[in-house]
Design a protein around this ligand. Structure first.
Ligand code: BV8
Ligand code: ZN
Length: 253
């Protein structure tokens, strides 16, 4: 039996599926990854931008970088990988939870409902000092704004390096990692913690780990590895799993 059929069988039989996604799941939507060729970081160093120190040093540079990413997000659509994951949630018997490191909102736009966004939301703006927050709307203008409430600088509602993850989302992600039957890991270089530790936590708790990544990153933790772009690997995998779950025999095309 092929890896695809075996992985599909695991997904069809699972009660709880946790899906961990990183920048790679949005690559085919045209959102640059962080570390890949042409990735965001190519032009800047992460510590210069996605950190409190970077923001303190040059708030306009950091704010304008996020505004550029927001403007770019207006141009992109979910890709077949996002839609396949949303279909899993709708059509498999399992409870499917997406734990995403991405801040692009593309899983939700593709129809996924059960999404834990552990690194925040690119369209959210928060105050550096009070509890004011708002969702950003176009046009995403340059120049860091001040809080209408208290006058302090506003900032993107995302988790920067060196910052703690939101407590509720982190607890939910850990609970899913420790209690899933299958963890499907899609498009992450597994270098950023604590997310990078979720696959080994799932494996240690007895889950089967499946990885989808043209440049696999999980080593021996993954039982099945599909070294292909997610937009190519996920639709047939989900087709096969849905067919098995609905009782039909399926010889994947
Ligand atoms: C924390 C939001 C407790 C912002 C992000 C030293 C000093 C300070 C901190 C640390 C330190 N050492 C370690 C740490 C902890 C640090 C960390 O892990 N650093 C790493 C770099 C070593 N973590 C933190 O700081 C976290 N907080 O731990 O709090 C603490 C507090 C203080 C001190 C210590 C600990 C907070 C981390 C969150 C940072 N915010 N994003 C923004 O987006 O601007 S992380 C950001 O980078 C993304 O959100 C994402 O999570 C990460 C990039 O990772 P990936 O998603 O994996 O993307 P990447 O480009 O790397 O890989 C893409 C993959 O896709 C590749 O494998 C590629 O092959 C694949 N791919 C490409 N195309 C496709 C594909 N796959 C499928 N299909 C395709 N078509
Ligand atoms: Zn304020």
């Amino acid at each position: 039996m092929s890896d695809l059929e075996q992985a599909a069988r695991l997904l069809a039989r699972a009660q709880r599926i946790a899906v961990l996604t990183g920048a790679g799941v949005s690559a085919e939507s045209g959102v640059p990854t962080f570390r890949g060729a042409g990735g965001f970081w190519g032009k800047y160093r992460p510590e210069d931008l996605a950190t409190p120190e970077g923001f303190a040093r040059d708030p306009n540079l950091v704010w304008n970088w996020y505004q550029a990413r927001r403007r770019q997000l207006l141009q992109v659509q979910p890709n077949p990988a996002h839609y396949a994951l949303a279909r899993m949630e709708r059509e498999l018997p399992a409870r499917v939870t997406i734990i995403t490191q991405n801040i692009d909102g593309l899983h939700q736009r593709a129809g996924s409902k059960n999404v834990i966004a552990i690194h925040g939301d690119l369209m959210l703006t928060i105050c550096t000092s009070c509890s004011f927050s708002r969702r950003e709307e176009p046009p995403f203008e340059d120049g860091v704004p001040r809080c209408p409430n208290c006058g302090a600088l506003l900032r993107p509602g995302v988790v920067w390096f060196g910052e703690l993850l939101p407590e509720r989302e982190l607890q939910q992600a850990l609970e899913e990692s420790h209690n899933c039957d299958v963890m499907l890991v899609v498009g992450t270089s597994a270098q950023v913690y604590p997310a990078a530790g979720f696959p080994s936590a799932a494996r240690a708790a007895g889950a089967a780990v499946i990885e989808v990544n043209p440049d696999p990153a999980l080593g021996g933790i993954a039982r099945y590895v599909f070294a292909q772009p997610a937009g190519q690997a996920l639709p047939p995998l989900v087709d096969a799993a849905v067919a098995l779950a609905s009782g039909g025999q399926h010889s994947p095309g």
